[in-house]
Design a protein around this ligand. Structure first.
Ligand code: AP5
Length: 232
């Protein structure tokens, strides 16, 4: 199972990728998480990325390409993965095609999570993330049992944090950048016969069921049996 999850900020890509990781026993590869880990660790990548991420801007394509290549070459990705946050523009889509073609690992599906702006803003303004294990929460729709504390990581429970890029002005900018640069990837993958669009409104379980139905009902992708980078 090799899947890319696309969709606007806050559509639930990370949440659904975590569900799919358990269901399919494949790694969840999140470029946003990788960048946030580098920022927290103070690596040179983190220093380069911090101002861009905090402002809702993209980290340069060549930096992201190196990061994703290194991650996809790890043994745990050989049997599949759920890729969340990459690609984010057509150039990254081409890069991913090339990487996967060279590795002989064509994509099976690209799932686009579709959600309206009002719900995006509601989800992002209430989002909290465990500072220790990264588990996602929402203050009203997925609250922790104990206020401000993670239920999922081993004691002592991690503290729940708000991402700097979930401030309202940055969310507005992330949505603008998404529309301008990432949304065109829908056509990019539609042309390859891989795109499945899923309504991302409603409860997490409902969205999960829609994704499963979309994957089960998918016709054989056009690019199967040939290089992932193949043009229609
Ligand atoms: P990234 O971390 O990828 O951010 P994003 O794409 O904006 O997506 P989010 O993580 O905000 O949202 P999500 O769709 O995963 O939703 P979630 O499941 O958390 O990237 C961050 C930054 O890194 C970028 O802006 C950029 O600067 C940089 N970057 C990353 N990749 C890059 C790349 N390839 N190239 C260049 N730069 C890159 O859910 C959101 C909230 O809603 C949570 O609270 C959750 O609990 C809740 N929720 C989820 N589903 C539901 C539901 N069904 N009902 C109710 N609540 C729900």
């Amino acid at each position: 199972m090799r899947v890319v999850l696309l969709g606007p900020p806050g559509a639930g890509k990370g949440t659904q990728a975590a569900v799919m990781r358990e269901r399919y026993r494949v790694p969840h590869i999140s470029t946003g998480d990788m960048l946030r880990e580098a920022i927290a660790a103070g690596t040179s990548l983190g220093s380069q990325a911090k101002a861009l991420v905090d402002a809702g801007q993209f980290v340069p394509d060549d930096v992201m390409a190196g990061l994703v290549k290194q991650r996809l070459e790890q043994p745990d990705a050989e049997d599949g993965f759920v890729l969340d946050g990459y690609p984010r523009n057509e150039a990254q889509g081409e890069t991913l095609d090339g990487l996967l073609a060279a590795m002989g690992l064509p994509l099976d599906h690209v799932v686009m999570l579709d959600l309206d702006d009002a719900e995006i803003v509601r989800r992002l303004s209430g989002r909290r993330t465990c500072g220790t294990c990264g588990a996602p929460y929402h203050v009203s729709s997925a609250p922790p049992r104990q206020d401000g504390r993670c239920d999922r990581c081993a004691p002592p429970a991690g503290t729940l944090l708000q991402r700097p890029d979930d401030r309202e002005d940055v969310v507005t900018e992330r949505l603008r950048v998404y529309r301008e640069r990432t949304a065109p990837l829908a056509d990019f993958y539609r042309r390859r016969g891989l795109l499945r669009t899923v309504d991302a409104s409603g409860a997490v379980g409902e969205v999960e069921r829609r994704i499963l139905a979309a994957l089960a009902g998918s016709p054989a992708p056009a690019s199967r049996g040939r290089a992932a980078g193949g043009r229609p």
